[in-house]
Design a protein around this ligand. Structure first.
Ligand code: HEC
Ligand code: HEC
Ligand code: HEC
Ligand code: HEC
Length: 230
């Protein structure tokens, strides 16, 4: 029957489109994965540059298992202190408020805050809020040269000012790791800088990095300090 065959052909075409889409997705994921350094290093500002500079950087990897660096799940959200009908805390994106108000470069510490966020703990040298937060988009971070950095890539921001610790981290001398040294035996997981250091009060490392999924990025945004006392 003609219509039958037509249908069959449609199905065939659809199926091959699906396969093609799958391949593309795989390729993209593969490309992304190979972007991250295999030595457990911080994503470098110019990883491509670093490679072409002739530095010893493992290229074709003989390893079977990957090194993964734990990452925040995304931008923080502010807890409004209320719960919804399902008992879940009501949170809003930073940009919700901050797109409606000009960013204030003069705010350097919580003592400068008169209206909001006052309860936050802050002790990070003389670094100002907007050395890290992006005044153009509060759902992201920013480097000194103006480049946008996603919260998931927060280590790129830390690396900008802490070259020594970042180098030590890359060599495995700072920041610890879990899993296998021998990557032919199993994967390795590395902590993110912010697993141990609160970006607002970094001198008090939480000495007990664990691998249960931490929901700090969904927790009461204004009470990060509770983490240090547990
Ligand atoms: C409910 C509204 C609201 C939300 C949501 C909010 N903020 Fe704010 N934020 C403010 C107000 C108001 C100020 C000014 C406080 C002051 O000057 O006393 C401020 C100030 C700041 C400042 C100081 C610089 C400036 O522009 O004033 C930073 C940095 C900041 N907020 C970051 C964030 C981040 C990051 C988030 C998301 C986790 C966030 N804010 C969510 C209302 C909000
Ligand atoms: C060294 C970089 C850095 C500086 C300086 C900094 N922040 Fe943050 N801030 C972050 C990062 C990274 C996060 C993401 C959440 C996390 O990792 O705890 C964050 C989260 C936040 C949040 C949401 C979660 C929370 O801790 O309440 C607010 C609000 C906020 N910052 C406001 C500010 C204000 C206001 C200042 C200045 C007084 C400031 N930040 C200074 C890096 C910074
Ligand atoms: C804009 C520059 C800048 C950025 C970005 C930055 N820091 Fe810092 N950090 C500083 C300065 C300045 C100090 C104080 C140095 C001193 O007193 O010797 C400091 C101190 C520290 C300390 C030592 C605190 C102490 O009291 O011993 C730690 C840990 C730290 N930062 C971690 C981080 C982490 C983690 C990040 C990323 C979330 C980060 N920093 C981002 C500039 C920066
Ligand atoms: C496993 C937890 C852990 C991780 C991950 C971690 N640190 Fe630390 N860091 C510490 C501890 C503990 C100290 C204090 C003891 C010491 O001196 O080593 C410290 C100290 C520091 C200091 C203060 C200077 C010093 O050496 O005493 C800086 C700056 C710092 N870390 C930055 C970073 C940066 C940047 C990253 C991410 C590349 C990072 N740390 C990752 C645990 C960690």
């Amino acid at each position: 029957m003609k219509p039958r065959i037509a249908n069959f052909q449609t199905v065939l075409v659809a199926a091959s489109l699906l396969v093609a889409a799958g391949l593309v997705a795989w390729a993209v994921r593969h490309a992304l994965a190979s972007d991250s350094p295999q030595d457990g290093g911080v994503p470098q500002r110019d990883s491509h540059q670093a490679t072409s500079s002739g530095k010893a950087q493992p290229q074709a990897t003989p390893h079977k298992f990957p090194v993964t660096i734990r990452k925040p799940s995304g931008p923080p959200r502010l807890d409004l202190g209320a719960v919804d009908s399902q008992g879940k805390p009501v949170t809003v994106a930073c940009s919700t408020c901050h797109t409606t108000r000009p960013s204030n470069l003069a705010i350097r510490s919580p003592t400068d805050l008169k209206e909001f966020h006052q309860s936050m703990e802050f002790a990070h040298g003389n670094v100002s809020c907007l050395s890290c937060h992006n005044p153009e988009d509060y759902d992201s971070l920013r480097l000194a040269d103006g480049r946008r950095v996603e919260f998931t890539e927060v280590m790129t921001l830390c690396a900008q000012c802490h070259g020594t610790q970042t180098r030590d981290y890359r060599h495995g001398a700072h920041g610890g790791m879990n899993g296998h040294w021998d990557l032919s035996r199993g994967p390795r997981v590395r902590n993110n800088c912010v697993d141990c250091h609160d970006p607002h009060a970094p001198s008090f490392p939480s000495m007990n990095p664990t691998f249960k999924p931490r929901d700090r990025f969904l927790e009461k945004a204004d009470h990060v300090e509770t983490e240090h006392h547990e």
